[in-house]
Design a protein around this ligand. Structure first.
Ligand code: PEP
Ligand code: MG
Length: 303
């Protein structure tokens, strides 16, 4: 069976009726790059940059970050590499950030909320990213967005970083900028958000947690944490529709994207990209190659 999957390497991700989908990889460390290439990923759809912060005893410098982003961009040789900006807080604690104890950390001071209130940390990361973008097809993605003003503020900060790099005669390139859709609020305002960014990537892990009001960390709640819940699937559908209306693409980078029982359904929704752990790419490609999306939709409507 493994061998059969190996034969799918180098093939396009295209359905029987000609619909294409991007199959990208999620990684949490540059050590994972070898498996990304082995599994024939079309790109990296989620590079969790927080590992760079979590592995250290103090804030990683611009140079340290630049080297890592440059390595990933170069290794992927022109394939798209989406780097998610710092997403700590909630389940991911980092001592030197000296964060207060919180009653509800999942609803608390995390991710983009830290970046927008501590812009010096955010700017250091953006500088490193914009500089590394010269070396490949880098894109930047912002986590935990809930409101339009956040993306407007992010873009202002990005413009400041751009102006500073220019002023300092540094080599850089403005990458594509996208956001994660992982809160119900972001879904509900996705029509407006879509006008401001280059792409959406749906974070179903958090989207399930926040839609169902179920703590993703609490094993006691496993039977209540249901990413197949129709509310979650409706949110995904709505996000993709609003992305397409605004002319941008939408993918899924949460665990649900790797759920083979939903691959056909995602294709029917028009999902443009699935970013999954590297080992899942070829099994999904197999399903894509065997699917006729229009026929699937007809059958589903007939049921
Ligand atoms: C998600 O929330 O679905 C996601 C991809 O991000 P993380 O799991 O890192 O929160
Ligand atoms: Mg998340």
């Amino acid at each position: 069976k493994k061998e059969l999957l190996q034969q799918l390497k180098g093939k396009e991700n295209i359905t029987l009726d000609g619909k294409k989908v991007m199959l990208y990889a999620n990684i949490g460390n540059i050590k994972d790059l070898a498996t990304v290439i082995q599994n024939d990923a079309g790109g990296i759809g989620l590079f969790r940059s927080e590992f760079i912060y979590l592995e250290k005893e103090e804030y990683p410098t611009e140079e340290e970050q630049f080297k890592i982003y440059k390595t990933v961009a170069e290794t992927m040789a022109g394939k798209r590499v989406i780097i998610r900006t710092l997403d700590i807080g909630a389940d991911k604690k980092c001592g030197y950030f000296e964060m207060d104890e919180e009653e509800n950390p999942a609803l608390g001071y995390r991710a983009i909320r830290i970046c927008l209130t501590r812009p010096e940390i955010f700017k250091t990361q953006l500088r490193a990213l914009f500089r590394a973008a010269v070396y490949g097809n880098l894109a930047v993605m912002y986590p935990m967005i809930t409101s339009l003003w956040e993306i407007k503020r992010i873009k202002e900060i990005a413009e400041e970083v751009k102006a500073e790099l220019k002023e300092q005669n540094m080599e850089f390139r403005m990458p594509e900028q996208g956001i994660m859709i992982e809160t119900p609020a972001a879904v509900m305002v996705s029509a407006d958000l879509a006008k401001e960014v280059d792409f959406f990537s749906i974070g179903t892990n958090d989207l399930t947690q926040y839609t169902l009001a179920v703590d993703r960390q609490n094993p006691k709640l496993d039977e209540f944490y249901d990413p197949h819940h129709p509310a979650v699937l409706s949110m995904i559908r709505m996000t993709v529709e609003n992305a397409h209306r605004a002319g941008i693409w939408a993918g899924i980078c949460g665990e649900l994207g790797a759920d083979l029982s939903l691959t056909k359904e995602f294709l029917a929704m028009g999902v443009d990209e699935l970013s999954v752990s590297p080992g899942r790419i070829l099994p999904i490609r197999k399903i894509v190659l065997e699917t006729d999306v229009e026929e699937y939709k007809r059958k589903k409507n007939a049921d």
